[in-house]
Design a protein around this ligand. Structure first.
Ligand code: NI
Length: 178
């Protein structure tokens, strides 16, 4: 199950689909979450959303800890009471080699379910808040580059096209990507 998952890359239109709520909390869901964490750690990302691996359900995994030992799994995550504003320098596993600064809410309250379907609520700040906002955008078919003005985006798109044409993928990047 889920052995051959790959991360979809911009401009793949499948990244633009709206993901549906998880209704069934079964072994398959847990297996997918485990596999997503594995892919996230292998890719040196701090977050991954199910639609990035072509599974259009509302499931995200995140680990913003320095030691990479605090995996968090959020099912059907919903942002409540967003407040404040921060500059967030972001990258994305689905938009390789592009990094840009956008605005995010500073603090959010997150309503979500765990893998057993239990409803929980948590106040998030700092990197965890930003990362969760980025991943929830993926569930709605939205990418961080959508926040970038068109002119700048064209430049970024050209840069992607050029780097795909001329260069092999850069390995071993230390950039925090979500
Ligand atoms: Ni992303």
């Amino acid at each position: 199950m889920f052995e051959n998952l790959e991360i979809l890359q911009f401009p793949d239109e499948r990244l633009r689909r709206l993901s549906v709520s998880v209704e069934v909390f079964n072994k398959e869901l847990k297996a997918l979450a485990d596999k997503m964490l594995e892919i996230m750690y292998q890719s040196n990302g701090i977050g991954l959303a199910a639609p990035q691996v072509n599974q259009t359900i509302r499931l995200i995994v995140v680990d913003v800890s320095e030691d990479r030992n605090n995996p968090c799994i959020f099912v059907n995550p919903k942002i409540k009471q967003p407040s404040g504003s921060v500059d967030s320098s972001e990258g994305c596993l689905s938009v390789p080699e592009i990094r840009t600064t956008i605005k995010r809410y500073e603090n959010i309250t997150l309503e979500y379910q765990d893998l057993n379907g239990v409803r929980l609520e948590e106040s998030l700040d700092d990197l965890l808040s930003i990362c969760v906002q980025h991943e929830i955008d993926h569930l709605d078919g939205k990418l961080f580059i959508d926040y970038v003005p068109d002119v700048k985006l064209q430049r970024l798109r050209k840069k992607i096209a050029k780097s795909k044409k001329n260069q092999p993928t850069i390995e071993g990047t230390t950039v925090r990507v979500v």
